[in-house]
Write a protein that binds this ligand. Structure first.
Ligand SMILES: [Zn+2]
Length: 186
């Protein structure tokens, strides 16, 4: 259980300025990023969004999944938070199944012209879901973040797992759904 800061710096984005913290975590020293927007140091609560890596959305602006829309929506919102934190796991493609498996899975699904949401199938893949969320409380400690958490998510599983890791989630804020998208793995 380790988390080590790599460095931090100001990051200018089209949604506003954030402070970026880079960390390594775990035995394989994987990367995790936290963008913060702190407008009120005495804030009692943190606005927290956790998102997993999605090359399709971030490199290609794919409209087949919600990731790009969710990044945009939450960064726009968090920049005005009293204490906003956006945690991003760049190496956690497809919720941790990896880019190889994600490509295979999407190809399989689209080639079968599956229209139903297959996200339940993802649970068969090792790593899917939330096995990396133990890192989040360590990040919040490093950032001296307020302990009451407003979690921005549509995923109740995240709430359960984060609570099991000791976070006090006082409120869950749902994100609006984007227009229709095709990919079960986002
Ligand atoms: Zn995506």
């Amino acid at each position: 259980m380790m988390l080590e800061e790599i460095g931090n710096h100001l990051l200018k984005t089209k949604y506003g300025n954030f402070h970026l913290f880079g960390f390594n975590y775990g035995e394989n020293r994987q990367n995790v990023i936290a963008l913060t927007s702190i407008n009120k140091h005495s804030s009692k609560s943190s606005d927290l969004r956790i998102q997993y890596g999605c090359l399709y959305a971030t490199a290609f602006f794919s409209l087949d999944c919600d990731c790009g829309f969710q990044i945009e929506y939450t960064l726009k919102s968090l920049k005005d938070s009293d204490f906003g934190i956006f945690v991003y796991f760049p190496e956690y493609e497809g919720h941790g199944i990896g880019l190889d498996n994600k490509i295979r899975k999407i190809a399989l699904d689209l080639n079968k012209q599956t229209t139903e949401n297959n996200s339940s199938h993802l649970e068969k893949f090792p790593g899917y879901g939330s096995d990396v969320l133990w890192v989040v409380p360590l990040i919040l400690d490093k950032l001296n973040a307020p302990k009451d958490i407003n979690l921005w998510t549509n995923n109740q599983q995240k709430v359960i797992v984060l609570t099991s890791h000791g976070l006090n989630i006082s409120e869950t804020i749902c994100l609006p759904k984007n227009v229709e998208h095709n990919l079960a793995i986002s």
